[in-house]
Design a protein around this ligand. Structure first.
Ligand code: HEC
Length: 98
């Protein structure tokens, strides 16, 4: 019984945090390189991130986190994404991609 209650609380916690993340606020630190709406090629090297699909955007950020994705400048992105959790990455994707 105790276990069920705890699991319920964890699920509720995830749900609440997923909905509390503010993609627009999180994106502020990205705008300098990617443009206010993700319309620029960051440092002349990245894709136009607003044109990426939601899934590709999430996969790219997770890939930078675990080192499995990226080009010559991926080190820059690793520093940007290491502190982001799953809910924050989802919120960013929802904010920037179509
Ligand atoms: C200091 C400049 C800079 C900042 C700040 C920055 N990025 Fe990037 N971003 C880049 C560069 C450069 C690349 C291409 C890296 C590579 O070689 O893979 C990139 C790549 C990406 C990609 C993958 C695009 C592709 O070409 O495959 C995504 C998605 C992305 N950034 C999202 C973000 C988000 C979201 C943030 C904020 C949390 C952010 N970036 C902050 C410079 C930046």
């Amino acid at each position: 019984m105790k276990k069920i209650v705890l699991t319920g609380l964890v699920v509720l916690g995830l749900f609440v945090s997923a909905h509390a993340e503010d993609g627009a606020a999180l994106y502020k630190k990205c705008a300098g390189c990617h443009g206010p709406s993700g319309e620029k090629a960051a440092l002349g090297a990245s894709k136009i991130i607003k044109d990426m699909s939601h899934a590709d955007f999430v996969a790219a950020l997770n890939g930078y986190k675990d080192g499995s994705y990226g080009g010559a400048k991926k080190g820059i992105m690793k520093g940007q994404v290491t502190a982001l959790n799953e809910a924050q990455i989802e919120a960013l994707a929802t904010h920037i991609t179509k």
